[in-house]
Design a protein around this ligand. Sequence first.
Ligand code: NAP
Length: 292
Amino acid sequence: MKAKVGFLGLGIMGGAMAANILRAGYPLMVHNRTAAKSEPLAEMGAGVASDPRHLAQATEIIIAMLTGPEALDACLWGPEGAAAAFNEKKTFINMSSVSPRYTREMAARLALTGAAFIDAPVSGTKKPAQEGSLVILAGGPREKIQELEPLLLTMGKKVIYCGGVGQGSMMKMFINLLLGIMMAGFAECLNFGRLGGLDFEAMLDTVASGAMNAPMFQVKAANLREQSYPAAFPFKHLSKDAKFVVDTAYESGAPVPLGQMLLHLYRLGVARGWGDEDISAIAKVMEHLSGK
Ligand code: NAP
């Protein structure tokens, strides 16, 4: 008998991840602040809870895939928050991207309820979420993560054990720092080449033909070619993560000059009104800075 799963947050990622849990045969209940986003899951057979507390009361394993700390605070400790229904029979898995510090503080607070807790953010975007091929970055007690692995593998192709609680979030910040640097670097280089008179397709061919190629470049090139940036990973979320990177680095003493620059560039894009577009819209920041 599979555990009853509750899923909080049916955005770009959560909607697809919840659907895969359901397809794998878990009894599923969902809740989303904007109720309409629950409808496709309800049509697939999921139950719909009116608020996070009812969701937590009716299920054993509660998963959150929310924007960040503000959304988690609201869903856990706000009016009708889930944490009031937590006890030693419940498990909470946070898959949202937050800082390691926030995760450790959340763990300390949740420990008072008796519920088990792991942090399990993901590497991969909309398509891997739909295909169930995310890479899951898990932090917390190793035996608990092993116990939860069959459920996690309904959403991902792999679970990487990152260490104690908070280290899944640390690994997520690590990989998103690399993602942000690669994406900004790609956009900067293409803009540099464009203003130097190079052909876009010839630049892509040069990247694809050498050791610098990366699958992400080929995926995001389509957006840059069409100058259309439908959100797979929203710009505003990478801006949020860049702030977590910079804060985390400040605490550990790690120099992150490129991370600082990333925060500046992504904030600029959000300020220009591009926060709901894809991270590849960093190309627009480069064009904006060049004034052409
Ligand atoms: P999204 O589409 O913007 O969805 C955000 C979710 O959080 C929605 O369900 C939203 O509810 C909910 N939410 C936001 N503020 C809330 C509040 N105050 N109270 C209650 N619910 C609230 O984001 P996403 O792309 O799925 O990303 C979710 C998380 O995964 C983020 O932490 C992101 O950084 C991370 N992530 C994203 C990607 C990606 O490629 N998209 C990849 C890896 C990790 P409403 O529907 O009501 O707005």
